[in-house]
Design a protein around this ligand. Structure first.
Ligand SMILES: CC(C)(COP(=O)(O)OP(=O)(O)OC[C@H]1O[C@@H](n2cnc3c(N)ncnc32)[C@H](O)[C@@H]1OP(=O)(O)O)[C@@H](O)C(=O)NCCC(=O)NCCS
Length: 204
């Protein structure tokens, strides 16, 4: 048996690999064939506790907003996911809830998460949506313009850490005067055999 000496990668090689990965990245509308890999990716990223999140109360049983469920594919494999959902505040302000967003552990810090978020925000703006809300780490989301000040008078259907409750106005002033409990307003989800199969695997 031959043994090969594999040298540790040099910094410049890593940079080249990163650029090559980015060039092969495709951000596309999610399809039914992505569902199994998406669920596995989300399970790996968040574990079972993802279903206990307050944000999940706004997603369960709902379909994501049209054109705002995206997949990142690298060489045909799903390496990232993002979805946005219709919500509305008690004060009648319509917005989108962003999340979950996740990137495969082996492909993080290549810019895929940022590319997914920017593409989703651009598409949301193009579709006439005015504001986006999420629960996430402010040190990460501030680079996309998310700020705490937009959610100070808003509430989630369940516990939420105020430090992680963030908003972004796609149209200036869209969240001015937004108060009260957020609730889901999206269409009911159609039955998905792929999602049912993923749930069965998780339960086994
Ligand atoms: C958060 C996540 C989607 C980012 O995807 P990604 O492809 O790694 O992101 P990008 O490559 O665009 O950006 C990476 C940068 O963000 C930083 N970053 C990642 N997560 C961060 C966090 N929670 N807080 C602060 N910075 C963070 C990285 O350190 C890196 O910084 P650098 O560019 O200075 O090296 C990804 O790390 C992930 O899937 N995490 C697990 C699931 C998760 O936490 N999702 C978000 C919950 S709302």
């Amino acid at each position: 048996m031959t043994t090969m000496n594999i040298a540790a990668p040099r910094a410049e090689d890593i940079a080249v690999a990163t650029m090559a990965d980015r060039a092969r990245l495709r951000i596309v509308d999610e399809t039914a064939t992505d569902v199994t890999a998406r669920e596995a990716l989300l399970d790996a990223a968040f574990g079972a506790s993802r279903f206990a999140k307050s944000s999940e109360r706004m997603r369960e049983g709902r379909a994501p907003a049209r054109g705002l469920a995206l997949s990142a594919h690298l060489d045909g494999a799903l390496v990232g996911t993002i979805r946005l959902w219709h919500i509305q505040s008690e004060s009648g302000h319509a917005a989108l809830l962003l999340g979950p967003v996740a990137v495969a552990a082996s492909k993080q810090s290549l810019g895929i998460g940022g590319a997914l978020i920017r593409e989703a925000l651009q598409r949301a703006r193009a579709r006439g949506h005015k504001a986006v809300i999420l629960v996430g780490d402010e040190p990460y989301y501030r680079r996309f313009g998310f700020e705490r000040r937009h959610t100070l008078a808003l509430d989630m259907p369940g516990p939420v850490d105020p430090e992680r409750f963030l908003g972004l106005e796609l149209v200036a002033g869209a969240l001015e005067g937004a108060t009260g409990l957020l609730r889901p307003t999206g269409p009911r989800a159609a039955r998905s055999p792929q999602l049912r199969a993923a749930k069965a695997v998780r339960a086994a």
